[in-house]
Ligand binder design. Structure first.
Ligand SMILES: CCCCCCCCCCCC(=O)SCCNC(=O)CCNC(=O)[C@H](O)C(C)(C)COP(=O)(O)OP(=O)(O)OC[C@H]1O[C@@H](n2cnc3c(N)ncnc32)[C@H](O)[C@@H]1OP(=O)(O)O
Length: 209
């Protein structure tokens, strides 16, 4: 492998763990992702008639077709690469607005929405580890440390996590032992503990995918 990948190949560079320049988004890109999130929420909630289903399908397909020629490989894509943008420009992630961050602690505000609904007003149980994994990973990989991947993520669901409310999340870097980094996190609705977690991140060896 020579380290190059073709557009949209999804291939891996052998040196992907080395620092690289982040792509710069065009004006309005975060707003486009925000519009995508709104669409996800509206589609989740919608009960359209057949005519509207057909119209929406045509519209969405037209947009998808317009975007297709602009596709790049993962090393150049913008979605998920925008560290300074809440949710990193990824419509997959529940948006954590970071309120404070240093090398040992991260505090943020998160709001799960209709798209993340599991049932009866509560966030889907899979979206909570998704949110934790991303911000634990962010803190685990802070401070110029070499890249680490999640080895395990243990989540305790202590109480339901309501959608459409601002919740608080707090992550702590617990300890570092050689290549291992242990972090803990909590998600709260006011005084109510919704979920907590422990995650182990293991630093990759050079060349490790
Ligand atoms: C742009 C803005 C970005 C902003 C930042 C965005 C961050 C996003 C973060 C997302 C992070 C992810 O989701 S990453 C995707 C999900 N994770 C993965 O796909 C990882 C798949 N697994 C692996 O690649 C591998 O298993 C590794 C790298 C985790 C570990 O393998 P390894 O490198 O061979 O390490 P190994 O020698 O086995 O283990 C090293 C030490 O860790 C311990 N260890 C390893 N795994 C475990 C385990 N599950 N439970 C307990 N302990 C474990 C071993 O006992 C050993 O301890 P000792 O004997 O030394 O004491």
């Amino acid at each position: 492998m020579d380290g190059t990948v073709s557009a949209r190949s999804g291939g891996r560079r052998p040196n992907w763990w080395k620092p690289r320049e982040r792509p710069v988004p065009p004006a309005g890109y975060p707003e486009m992702i925000e519009a995508m999130r709104l669409l996800q929420d509206r589609i989740t909630a919608a009960v359209p008639d057949a005519a509207m289903v057909a119209e929406v399908t045509r519209g969405l397909t037209a947009i998808a077709d317009r975007l297709e020629p602009t596709a790049r490989d993962e090393w150049s894509q913008l979605a998920g690469s925008l560290r300074e943008v809440p949710g990193r420009g990824s419509a997959l992630l529940p948006v954590v607005e970071i309120l404070s961050e240093n090398e040992t602690t991260l505090r943020g505000r998160v709001r799960f929405s209709r798209f993340h609904l599991g049932g009866n007003g509560a966030a889907h149980g899979g979206t909570i580890p998704l949110m934790f994994d991303d911000i634990l990973g962010r803190l685990a990989n802070s401070g110029g440390r070499p890249v680490a991947r999640t080895a395990y993520l243990h989540v305790n669901y202590r109480s339901i996590t309501p959608i459409d409310r601002d919740l608080r999340v707090e992550i702590r870097f617990d300890r570092e032992e050689g290549r291992k980094r242990l972090l803990r996190g909590e998600l709260r609705d006011g005084d109510v503990l919704c979920a907590d977690c422990e995650g182990l991140f293991v630093e990759l060896r050079p060349g490790q995918p």
